[in-house]
Design a protein around this ligand. Sequence first.
Ligand code: ARG
Length: 571
Amino acid sequence: MDMKQIIAGRIAQAAQESFEGCGVSAQDLAAMLEIPPDKKLGDFALPCFRLSKTMRKAPQMIASALAQKLSCEEIERAEVVGGYLNVFLKRGGLAKGIVEAVLENPGRWGSSEIGKGRTVCLDYSSINIAKRFHIGHLSTTMIGHSLKRIYDFNGYTTVGINHLGDWGTQFGKMICAYKKWGDHDAVERGGVQAMVDLYVRFHQEAEKDPSLEDEGRAWFKKIEDGDPEALEIFAWFKEVTLKDTRRVYDLLGVEFDSYAGESFYNDKMQPVVDELREKGLLVESQGAYVVMLDDYGMSPAIVLRSDGATLYITRDLAAAFYRHNEYHFDKCLYVVAYQQNLHFKQLFKILELMGHEWYKGMEHVSFGMVSYEGRALSTREGYVVYLEDLLNKAVEKAREIIEEKSPNLPNKDEVARQVGVGAVVYFDLHNDRNKDIDFRWERALNFDGETGPYVQYTHARCCSVLRKAEAFAQAEPDYGVITDDEAQDVLMLLTRFPETVRKAMDANEPSLITRHTTQLAQAYNKYYFEHRIMEEGDPAGTAARLNLTRAVRDVIKTGLYLIGVEAPERM
Ligand code: ARG
């Protein structure tokens, strides 16, 4: 149980004693408790204004009545300032409570069973076949991966889905190009890039000879009709793409439970179209079939083109039904850039109009754009940064820094990978997801700023302190010595960690965890520089400070884990 809950419980008791039958629950109070910006105003503050309405007494009066009744082992004193009840915790008591709670269940502080028996589908990364993975795909991949861990951590069953973009006429053109100019081994060797080159060539040649377009379409028709040769080449394109992409996923440590992409829904759209028609939602418009959404301020959603072809949204409708029937999800999240806002609003609205209540569990988890060193990426202008290149460069740079700072480190390659990749991932997950991000090397890899390496370094520092501590005989800890302000900051951040995890989950916002973990690292470093952890003649105090260090190490590691960043023990 966290300290906020405990204090809320104590105040509820005091309220019961002072105002019999007032009916404020500990739960209400916990929601009202604030953490004052200035420690002089206490560790927690209860604004009594809202209570004053229900209790029909002046806020100040309520606060002072509560202050008089509040005496317990956790609370040092309570003060009344204006309508606020400011609560000061007994310092040693706070340390003991929180440090022991963290250490009782290593790696689990902040976890819960809230999601027990509930399922979340997460659609993320969702790459397109025969396209290279560039840094614009980093956010969907890492936000999704992080959210999956956060939901898992809270007891949910999670299903990670890579909704592959593996359908469309472009694949007919690619097969056409491959048949004309391609070479099997060249594609095997060159991977996605070789396929992209073929596609580019197709367009160049088609400018000279427009009949190629028809040939391309004919090949796509063959895929649609299940022609064995077309299917075989197409399946092989997919395989090559996934093999290329897997290298990046392996670097990032990302996995999926399903790769059911757009083509998977080829034979699953008819029932949805039929249902739309039955429910009178399908309107003919210039030969196409659309769902009108102007009542909701949206353009019509085209479900069938005039030539009978299905569209992106038709596949997403089928996918929604499939996920509902297959996984019985309580939530289905789509981690996709904000450019697709309209698409998802249309999708959810259509399901609502069809009368499927479960649409309420669906959510578009959008995010902003990434630019690189101040410049917007543009395929057209040829300014692209491939994710694999970026990650490899990060690892290389981390390796140089390690070589310079700790030349004697064992397994430098492994640590360089953890730090380089960690720097990129942290950078991606440290601002609110809807903000655009500008990737800059000097900001991502700075060991002193708010960066992945900085937090990892703090974790390694804790590990190092604890390794040295092995030489110290362990005594029974005396937490009474942990009373200084620096330690209080650390303790409050440990205390509030579970709340942050919960908020991050409710808002689908991993950056809350990134920032909280960073603050914890900063607070611990401050403590570390101003206090001696191991003190010769003070075994009991030393034991308490070491346990505090252990708790910090554990929670930093958890925080990093939840955002998909590894925590090396030495750096
Ligand atoms: N492949 C799509 C793209 O790159 C993203 C797919 C997102 N998921 C979905 N179910 N629509 O734009």
